[in-house]
Write a protein that binds this ligand. Structure first.
Ligand SMILES: C[S@@+](CC[C@H](N)C(=O)[O-])C[C@H]1O[C@@H](n2cnc3c(N)ncnc32)[C@H](O)[C@@H]1O
Length: 674
């Protein structure tokens, strides 16, 4: 939850929206003003136009007709010209009114720009703003959640009566209805074995999780124990919860999770749900969660770019190359105009003043990576921000944002900008549905504070790459050389004796490179980080080195003949046909007679990492060529390459080291980024 209770500045804790809906006073927020001219003063006065939508603006028309007829009666003696003018005026008014309301106040949807124009109508503002889009983190492989909007709707109906029994009725500075619902829904759906929360405040979110999973243990990390709040008013302390609170407080990142989980008998980390509502930099939390091995994370506050007190996923994934990212910080730009117009209607809209920092920085909040309730902020460069998003997307299996439960006109919200959120579960205008599922019974103030809560699944066994270190991996290509059956498996005339032993290491190198590769070459999606360099020879050996041609003269199939089992990669080396690039060579060097150099050059790869067999021939020759061709950074993973004997291997590695080639072990290579 956002701490600053913009909607809630009345002393009795009731929201302005609440008080304004109680009595027909002067509207108090910009949205209030915008909508109050178009709606009756209280909900009870609203005609129920059914689920197809309520055109509340129609209530304004009688005043217009009244004014027109008064005008005609006052100027009765010049009746003919005046009547014509009045008629023209009425026609004009009618047409304007049609333009305003014909698409009605219904179903505002991110995917329905036409409806949005109808929603705002004012100056094409909405269609303009739509072009600015919504930042969205991309899940790998396009995975999505299994629940549907129908499931959400059904669950909403179930949740309303549960929510009505909450012990903390006024949870200002804590979760409102939307996020309580989201947390309850996801916990119930995912059925975790253990739930962990970071940031409990008075215990409302603990209570929500308990409602979802009555018997599941909870671990709660929060600096102040919720029982402390009991002295002053309602709070919730759970009987099946281990609190790391008060003097026992430990920050999530410092908990010895291995030990704690062992104590709780948790074996499968995939069955643990971690809920963060602690306003810490989400990148930091993701790295900590990954390190501990957690996969299911829910973050309560997913602030939009330019808003909030910590670096959120939305901010991280807001990038210049996506629609909605790369914001313009020019004061005279279209974006600045649109933003400033929207600010009049939605408190959550940010204008360029708020969005942009020094030097036209726009990512995060004014170019800052915020942390710890805005207490610790760091200015980051666009490049760092960019690397952060590449990193996050490389480990993201599923990313799902909870939509607002109901449209802003139903909940009287001004705290989220509908143009920058997912379509509500109960779309705007569906008043009858809103009432039917019981949402109408709730105080309007509980709908405030929606900030795009989200759930994500992280990939398991992900290699951590930290911030700027990731930059080292830009423009890097891994060359996996000759890891084919005929060079590795016993019984082949071309078997390299030490080859079999390095297979697991080569597999690991590929895994790591792939994880980093996603990160480092993502911006050039069409490029690939793993290059398989293989031999594929003519059955008669006409393209093989002369000294080997005799292998092809017998009845037997020669080594690595194209299409044979011997030419296939060894088992376990999971090269992805569709993803990884293949270079076929017929000589030792991967550069000789191939287009490797041209490929690397034109694709922007300058750094090479090499694994495979065998050290004195193909590895060495490729490495020497790379050095001769002025590749500035060549690495040979010393235990992911092999020769017939350790002595040959060591001597050749020494030669390569002597010409400036890096020769780390696999462990050293991976440790660089641990
Ligand atoms: C917005 S409130 C949480 C609201 C609560 N989840 C609810 O729904 O009512 C944020 C909480 O995070 C706590 N907090 C601050 N720093 C923290 C940290 N490093 N780890 C865990 N909680 C922290 C604050 O003390 C506060 O109780």
């Amino acid at each position: 939850m956002e701490r600053v209770g913009m909607m809630n500045n009345s002393s009795n804790g009731q929201s302005l929206w609440h008080s304004s809906s109680q009595s027909p006073k002067t509207p108090t927020t910009m949205l209030d003003r915008a909508l109050s001219s178009r709606r009756p003063h209280s909900d009870a006065d609203l005609p129920d136009s059914g689920e197809s939508g309520t055109d509340e603006s129609k209530t304004k028309r009688p005043h217009v007709y009244l004014l027109a007829s008064n005008f005609v009666s006052r100027i009765g003696h010049q009746w003919l010209p005046c009547l014509i003018i009045a008629l023209l005026f009425l026609v004009l008014l009618f047409l304007t009114s049609l333009a305003f309301h014909s698409s009605s106040f219904v179903c505002v949807s991110r995917f329905d720009p036409a409806a949005r124009i109808g929603f705002f109508g004012f100056d094409g503002l909405e269609s303009d703003f739509g072009a600015l889009g919504v930042p969205w983190c991309r899940s790998k492989h396009g995975k999505e959640v299994e629940w549907t909007s129908k499931d959400l709707l059904k669950a909403l109906e179930e949740f309303v009566p549960i929510y009505e029994t909450r012990p903390i009725k006024n949870n200002m500075h804590g979760m409102g209805f939307d996020h309580s619902f989201g947390l309850w829904f996801m916990a119930r759906w995912l059925k975790p074995e253990l739930m962990i929360e970071s940031g409990a405040f008075k215990g409302h979110s603990t209570w929500v999780m308990r409602q979802a999973m009555p018997d599941t243990p909870i671990i709660s990390l929060t600096p102040r124990h919720p029982e402390k709040y009991l002295k002053k008013g309602p709070a919730y302390v759970d009987g099946n919860c281990t609190y790391f609170a008060g003097k026992d407080f430990v920050d999530f990142g410092s908990v010895d999770w291995k030990n704690v989980l062992k104590k709780h008998g948790v074996k499968d980390l995939n069955r643990v749900l971690v809920f963060f509502d602690d306003h810490q930099n989400e990148l930091k939390r993701i790295k900590q969660a990954l390190k501990a091995g957690f996969q299911h994370l829910i973050f309560e506050d997913n602030y939009d770019t330019g808003t909030g007190d910590h670096y959120s996923l939305r901010q991280i994934c807001d990038q210049s190359y996506i629609k909605g990212g790369g914001h313009s910080c020019f004061k005279d730009s279209d974006e600045a105009r649109i933003r400033s117009n929207r600010k009049k209607f939605w408190e959550k809209a940010v204008d360029t003043e708020e969005l942009c920092g020094p030097g036209e920085t726009w990512w995060g909040v004014r170019g800052e990576m915020r942390d710890d309730f805005n207490h610790s902020n760091t200015q980051i460069s666009y490049n760092q921000h960019f690397q952060n998003s590449r990193y996050v997307e490389s480990i993201l299996d599923v990313y799902w944002e909870l939509p607002p439960v109901a449209g802003p006109s139903l909940t009287h919200q001004s705290r989220y900008d509908p143009a920058r959120s997912t379509p509500p579960v109960v779309a705007d205008g569906r008043r009858r549905l809103f009432q039917r599922i019981g949402l109408g019974r709730l105080d309007k103030s509980v709908f405030n504070g929606y900030t795009q809560m989200y759930w994500k699944i992280l990939s398991s066994s992900v290699f951590m790459v930290v911030g700027t270190m990731a930059e080292r991996w830009t423009n890097t290509a891994l060359l996996v050389i000759d890891m084919q059956n005929d060079f590795i498996e016993e019984g082949s005339v071309t078997q390299v004796k030490g080859g079999k032993a390095i297979v697991p290491n080569v597999i690991r190198v590929v895994e790591l490179a792939r994880q980093r590769g996603v990160l480092v070459v993502w911006d050039k999606r069409f490029l690939l980080s793993v290059l398989k360099v293989v031999r594929e020879h003519d059955p008669q050996g006409r393209d093989v080195e002369i000294f080997r041609r005799h292998h092809y003269r017998s009845e037997k199939v020669g080594p690595v003949v194209k299409g044979t089992l011997g030419s296939k990669l060894v088992d376990g080396l999971n090269i992805r046909e569709e993803e990884d690039y293949k270079i076929v060579k017929t000589r030792f060097s991967a550069f000789f007679g191939t287009h490797l150099h041209s490929f690397l050059q034109t694709s922007g790869f300058t750094k090479l990492v090499i694994a495979g067999v065998q050290t004195p021939n193909c590895i060495r020759q490729t490495v020497f060529d790379a050095v001769e061709l002025d590749y500035p950074d060549v690495t040979v993973i010393v235990d992911a390459t092999a020769a017939a004997t350790p002595e040959i291997h060591t001597a050749n590695i020494l030669d390569m080291r002597n010409i400036g080639v890096k020769t780390p072990t696999l462990h050293e290579w991976s440790e660089e980024f641990a």
